[in-house]
Design a protein around this ligand. Structure first.
Ligand SMILES: [Zn+2]
Ligand SMILES: [Zn+2]
Ligand SMILES: [Zn+2]
Length: 780
């Protein structure tokens, strides 16, 4: 199998479109937290429909080419120049594939590839030193960056495809980057076809833009010089990249760069170098072995009990997607069979690959969840899943089947002819590398990364080999590397929480919560369990009290979590999971985020947590729960009614939002003041709720002097002063309008906040720590 993988880096193969990786939503894991201010659609649904009707009324003119889909081509062209032409219009185009094929074949001889590049790309590379002198310098104050330098590159899309088919490395990299964005070559050809009908230019430009520390290289759509609407992921251009983050032997680097080293030979070199030279990766902690391991050194492979081992051997762990298909697992009734021998041919392709990889890395033992934990056995599952921190934390390496959607896919998914970078040595002596952000697309946004369990598997492991749908990537506590950059990935591939400069887990808890809640769980009941390993690790770092996904230190900030959009509270009657003040009590609608404490920011508190506790379901401290509550001291509170405001739909997205109506005090008691809030679930329309200000951050800007945040709570109907959390509100003053809203709220607080607080509390403190915060409530 390893031999099949040799020499895939040369990039001289001809790649057909089918062989290239399938497209996936482009995205960015590092986007800033969404602004919790109201989403204001630029065009309402109604307006959108009117615009649509207008569009249909324009005159229909049949294109001379006879394609009925080519009506209103002038209108399409107008939109195209504005980058607002709808891609889906192209679906209607009658598209003559045979004629296209003939054209490309005819053109092929005019696009000879020598030295790895077609004439257009060779010209670009020859002129490169002159080009980069003309690129406007990066200016951080310029929003969106300066307009890039552009120059003609391909005559048309046929030349682009011919260069790629003839094996031009840069053309192929551009094709991959276009497919990454969701635009196969057919889109390019259809656009060119329309431009031809209109007699317009089909020239494709290459754009070079400076970013912080890099140049970006990309193409424009045919006939456009518009950089806003990128048809392809950008290529990062890096000069003289010789950062040796990994010390591989010289020969190994040379072989890896030429694609002569197989993925597994390279992986072994990474592992050996990490074990020998990386201090931060080689923890001396004495970790407990997993209860069971698969011995892949024996024939047949078999299950062993680690208590039977006399030494503490190194072992590998697997991180994988189960998928929906059934597969061979360890069960109560086959344990003895597994100990005698596990039939390898009955295992999934991913498991077989993992066994092969483990052996190739020189390891004898492998831990796979479904082969080492007794399935359908609650007791074994509970106790073993509580050991994740030591199972993954103690493993020598985690094999991540990052690209596989289920067990049938396996680990070796790199398409033939895949190119990870173009490496160019200029006559001037400069060396340039051109590469897309492949790690982001193939690992960060991989199918596996969407699985909630995988987060802790990756975060806890000292080393991970990501077998992605493209390249092989290495990740350890010291650094990261890839087949394209075997001695260390360049900076644009950094992942803040997994890589270099890795901070203690406790310091990045807010990011972990965001990633974790944004990923999928097959069983929502595992919500507290699948993060328990990371929680335990954070606990080992700080010794802080763990409270259903929150920590006691600075808990007031963590209580102010907000879900991307209202989710769903557990149905009544379903098994208890977490108290309502924990984000773990809500499901389904995207990630949860909160603002962590920022050093140097001034906070003013209106409420404090006096004490909090949770009741574990079993003896595992970080696992499932059966109860929990917290008591808060607070100063003010407002009563109101929660209302859902219909906002229509935009692009299938429900734009409804929630407000709380509060009666104006005094003479205007009929008048209602309304405030936007963020409910935890969609089931609270018309309910009487209370707004509980928790804290303010004091800013220094013109408007953000006071940013007031708090909780929306709902009386449980049980004891007086007992509430459950119903949502979150944020009265930050971003601008004049928000400042006025904030003033209205502060006015109401002034008028009735204290009286409401006193009337609705569970208890009044005789000697409060802060004179203001003398009222007490309970949230369950
Ligand atoms: Zn036409
Ligand atoms: Zn080319
Ligand atoms: Zn390392």
């Amino acid at each position: 199998m390893a031999n099949d993988l040799v020499s895939e880096l040369s990039g001289l193969h001809v790649v057909s479109q089918q062989e290239l990786p399938s497209t996936e939503e482009p995205g960015n894991d590092e986007l800033p937290l969404p602004d919790p201010s109201p989403i204001v659609p630029s065009v309402s649904r109604e307006e959108h429909n009117i615009w649509k009707a207008d569009y249909k009324q324009t005159e229909d003119t049949l294109c001379p080419c006879g394609d009925e889909a080519h009506n209103n081509l002038e209108k399409w062209y107008e939109d195209y120049l504005e980058s607002s032409a709808e891609e889906k219009l192209l679906l209607q185009d009658r598209f003559n594939k045979a004629a296209l094929e003939d054209n490309i074949q005819q053109l092929s001889s005019q696009v000879p590839v020598s030295n790895g590049y077609c004439p257009s790309c060779q010209k670009l590379l020859d002129e490169w030193p002159g080009i980069i002198k003309k690129v406007p310098e990066y200016d951080p104050t310029e929003l969106g960056g300066k307009r890039p330098y552009q120059q003609a590159h391909y005559k048309n899309t046929l030349e682009f495809e011919a260069g790629h088919r003839n094996g031009c490395q840069l053309c192929t990299l551009f094709v991959q980057c276009s497919i990454n964005r969701g635009y196969p070559l057919e889109n390019w050809h259809k656009k060119e076809n329309r431009l031809n009908c209109l007699g317009k230019s089909t020239l494709i430009l290459v754009s070079v833009q400076s970013e912080e520390g890099y140049l970006n290289l990309t193409l424009t759509w045919p006939g456009l010089d518009n950089y806003c609407w990128l048809p392809a992921d950008p290529l990062y251009c890096i000069k003289n990249y010789d950062q040796k983050l990994f010390t591989l032997k010289k020969e190994a680097t040379r072989l890896a760069a030429h694609g002569e080293l197989s993925q597994l030979e390279l992986a072994k070199k990474w592992l050996d170098a990490c074990l020998e030279t990386h201090e931060s990766c080689n923890s001396t902690e004495d970790r407990q072995l997993p209860t069971r391991l698969v011995d892949v050194g024996s024939t047949p492979i078999r299950l062993i009990r680690s208590s039977d081992l006399t030494t503490k051997p190194r072992y590998a762990t697997l991180s994988h997607c189960w998928g929906t298909r059934n597969f061979h697992k360890l069960q109560q009734d086959n344990i003895e069979d597994f100990i005698d021998g596990i039939p390898e041919d009955k295992l999934t392709k991913t498991f077989q690959d993992a066994i092969y990889i483990t052996r190739a890395l020189g390891l004898r033992y492998l831990w796979i969840d479904s082969l080492c934990i007794i399935q359908l056995d609650n007791i074994d599952w509970r106790s073993e899943s509580a050991l994740m921190s030591s199972i993954y934390g103690g493993s020598a390496i985690t094999i991540a089947a990052a690209g596989a959607t289920d067990g049938t896919k396996g680990c070796f998914l790199k398409p033939p002819g895949f190119i990870g970078k173009v490496h160019m040595e200029l006559t001037t002596g400069e060396v340039w590398d051109f590469a897309p952000s492949e790690f982001h697309r193939s690992v960060v946004k991989s199918h596996l990364a969407g699985r909630a369990w995988a987060l802790q598997e990756r975060l806890l492991s000292p080393r991970t080999l990501h077998f992605s749908k493209t390249e092989l990537f290495w990740e350890c506590r010291h650094c990261d590397a890839s087949e394209s950059f075997p001695e260390g990935s360049p900076g644009f591939e950094y992942q803040h929480i997994f890589h270099r400069d890795r901070k203690p887990i406790s310091e990045i808890w807010h990011t972990i919560v965001k990633l974790y809640t944004g990923a999928q769980l097959t069983f929502a009941k595992d919500k507290m369990i699948a993060i328990s390993g990371i929680a335990q690790k954070a606990f080992e770092e700080t010794g802080d009290q763990y409270l259903a996904g929150l920590w006691r230190k600075d808990i007031e900030l963590q209580l102010l979590w907000c879900q991307q959009s209202p989710g769903r509270r557990l149905l009544s009657g379903s098994e208890y999971r977490a108290p309502s003040w924990s984000w773990a009590s809500v499901d389904e609608k995207g990630f949860v985020y909160y603002s962590p404490k920022v050093e140097g920011t001034k906070y003013v508190y209106h409420a404090h947590v006096l004490d909090a506790n949770v009741v574990p379901a079993g003896k595992e401290l970080f696992g499932g729960l059966v109860g929990g509550e917290l008591r808060m001291s607070y100063s003010v509170m407002l009563a109101g009614e929660m209302n859902r405001i219909q906002g229509g739909y935009w692009d299938g997205m429900d734009l409804s939002y929630y407000e709380v109506d509060i009666n104006s005090p005094g003479d205007n008691s009929d008048k209602k003041e309304t405030f936007r809030i963020y409910p935890d679930s969609d089931e609270l329309d018309g309910r009487d709720v209370y707004l509980l200000p928790v804290l303010e951050t004091l800013g220094t800007g013109k408007y953000n002097k006071r940013n007031l945040k708090g909780l929306v709570v709902l009386p449980t109907g049980g004891k007086k002063g007992e509430y459950s959390r119903a949502g979150f509100f944020d009265l930050s003053a971003f601008d004049e309008g928000h400042r006025i809203t904030q003033d209205r709220f502060l006015g109401l607080l002034e008028a009735s906040g204290k009286a409401t607080a006193e009337a609705r509390c569970a208890d009044v403190l005789e000697e409060p720590e802060s004179v203001e915060e003398r009222y007490v409530l309970t949230i369950i």
